[in-house]
Design a protein around this ligand. Structure first.
Ligand code: FE2
Length: 375
């Protein structure tokens, strides 16, 4: 399972952009009220905060939901003719913001914009009776943006402008913990320019690379490079399509998202069998590999702590690298456009991304793509 290029993300250079992890992910959606209900019901998020006309925000509504260290903001415009409505018209529902936790949002913005990062939001102080949050932002691929969030002087529930969202409907947690990694799909020949962006503008390192020989079935080829920040808390793999016999899965995404964007969010759990059983029970569908995958998987990955039977029943995949193994599964797209999906991942030492599963997985994906008539 060794990859083509591997570098240790730890570096002796001073990290000019120290990150403490993902603060939140903001989705622009057509109907945030229904989306919040969906994520609470299916994935076990809890209501956290709300902003809208009742809190003095007149042009949009945002629901904030949380599960452990995983925070989603679901935002919808209240009227047409604005940037959010345009974003949804163009891309469908999708990820707009990957917000990163920093000690100093002003310094993060200065460091990144002075290295060529394109300004999205100049450092802005948001205040209320609970303190202040400093927020700044830069553009990344497509219309996606990175916010830098500094909340060390804030004691409120989420951010100024939001009020606590009390709800009588609180479905139980499914054990989702935090963002493990977030994958971007970019256009033909755009992977290396975006790798360079993460290296130069954000000080990330390329820790793993996959070429089309690693990641191709007969049809659905792609290339991928994994970018990581210094402490490894933030990992952004970047995919681009590769030539195959038929259309690449990345190309299908680009067609339906109408440009570059976030392909999947991988979410960590400590017990993937319990988490995925619960999420499946609540109606979420996952990609299925043929049952024969399980006949010889233990010959490939060696001994694991879990019983194979529940993994087989749920369709959970297994892979191993030099440091341990991992268990993972991929949802079907979360909206009607074949764009954003989730990965659920449990790491047992492994720091890689499941390369040994790519072939079985992409064949499963191609069957879905074929059913949509896009292969
Ligand atoms: Fe992934």
């Amino acid at each position: 399972m060794s990859a083509i290029a591997e570098e240790n993300p730890q570096t002796t250079d001073v990290d000019f952009l120290p990150l403490h992890g993902t603060d939140f992910i903001e989705f622009y959606v057509g109907n945030a009220k229904q989306a919040a209900h969906f994520y609470k019901t299916a994935f076990g998020f809890q209501s956290l905060a709300y902003a809208g006309p009742e809190t003095g925000v007149m042009d949009k509504v945002s629901y904030v939901i949380r599960q452990n260290k995983l925070t989603f903001v679901l935002t919808t415009p209240l009227k047409t003719n604005n940037a959010i409505a345009d974003h949804i018209y163009k891309h469908g529902d999708g990820v707009k913001v990957l917000a990163l936790m920093v000690d100093d949002a002003t310094e993060a913005w200065k460091q990144t914009t002075s290295r060529g990062g394109k300004n999205y939001l100049e450092p802005t102080i948001l205040k209320d009776e609970n303190g202040e949050v400093v927020i700044s932002g830069i553009h990344t691929y497509g219309e996606t943006v990175h916010y830098f969030i500094e909340r060390k002087n804030y004691q409120g529930v989420f951010m100024p402008g939001f009020k606590k969202w009390e709800s009588n409907y609180n479905p139980e947690s499914t054990g989702l913990l935090y963002v493990d990694h977030c994958v971007g799909n970019v256009g033909w020949n755009q992977m290396n320019p975006w790798v360079k962006f993460y290296e130069e503008v954000m000080g990330f390192k390329n820790i793993l690379s996959f070429d089309d020989k690693d990641i191709s079935t007969e049809y659905s080829a792609l290339m991928s490079k994994v970018m990581s920040n210094g402490n490894g808390y933030v990992k952004f793999p970047i995919n681009e399509p590769a030539e195959g016999k038929k259309k690449s899965q990345v190309e299908e995404f680009l067609d339906f998202y109408n440009g570059e964007g976030v392909q999947h969010v991988a979410i960590a759990t400590h017990n993937i069998v319990e988490t995925v059983s619960e999420i499946q029970k609540r109606g979420i569908e996952f990609l299925k590999v043929p049952d024969s995958y399980y006949d010889d998987v233990l010959d490939r990955v060696g001994k694991i702590d879990e019983d194979l039977q529940p993994l087989r029943e749920l369709g959970i995949l297994i892979d191993r690298d030099d440091e341990g193994y991992l268990l993972q599964i991929f949802s079907k797209p979360l909206e009607d456009r074949p764009t954003l999906f989730f990965e659920i991942i449990q790491r047992k030492g492994a720091k890689s991304f499941g390369k040994g599963n790519f072939k079985a997985l992409f064949e499963a994906l191609e069957r879905e793509q074929d059913q949509r008539g896009n292969l």
